[in-house]
Write a protein that binds this ligand. Structure first.
Ligand code: FES
Length: 151
């Protein structure tokens, strides 16, 4: 199915309600893995809101991505508690392991590496969240084990 049709189905499910823009964008991202320009234009046209408004909402929330993301999404928490417990080292280790800097996606589109600020599990810091699964008290060895699950 084309992007246009997929977005159209999502708009239909939300009854073209412009007050549900955030939910609509969440569903579009869940469906397409990111928010391509074509989808944003479709949302803008469908809801009758300006494209710049759709972009401003999409760029306001960190959860949205305007760039294609990998099949797996790894978030390293860099909130204060995780930071003081070594989050930077864990991020470097993960970045080295994947061969990409934070905020980017591997060439084979398998992983996107990003940082996040406090996911509310500070006692488990440093913390890595892969596809929504938390792994806490991270060490270099645990990064190896964790990534081994995805190779
Ligand atoms: S700072 Fe990482 S979970 Fe709170």
């Amino acid at each position: 199915m084309e992007v246009k049709e997929r977005v159209s189905a999502i708009l239909h499910r939300h009854n073209w309600d412009k007050s549900l823009l955030v939910s609509i964008l969440q569903d579009v991202q869940a469906e397409l893995n990111y928010l391509p320009r074509e989808a944003m234009v479709e949302v803008s046209d469908g809801l009758g809101v300006s494209l710049s408004h759709v972009y401003s909402v999409a760029t306001f929330y960190r959860a949205f991505s305007l760039k294609p993301r990998g099949r797996h999404l790894a978030h390293v928490c860099v909130g204060t508690a995780c930071h003081v417990r070594g989050a930077t080292r864990i991020l470097e280790k993960l970045s080295k392991k994947l061969g990409v800097p934070s905020g980017t996606t591997t060439d084979d589109m398998s992983f996107t590496l990003e940082t996040v600020n406090c996911v509310g599990a500070c006692a488990l810091g440093p913390l890595v969240v892969v596809d929504g699964q938390y792994t806490g008290l991270m060490t270099d060895a645990k990064v190896e084990t964790l990534m081994g699950n995805y190779s």
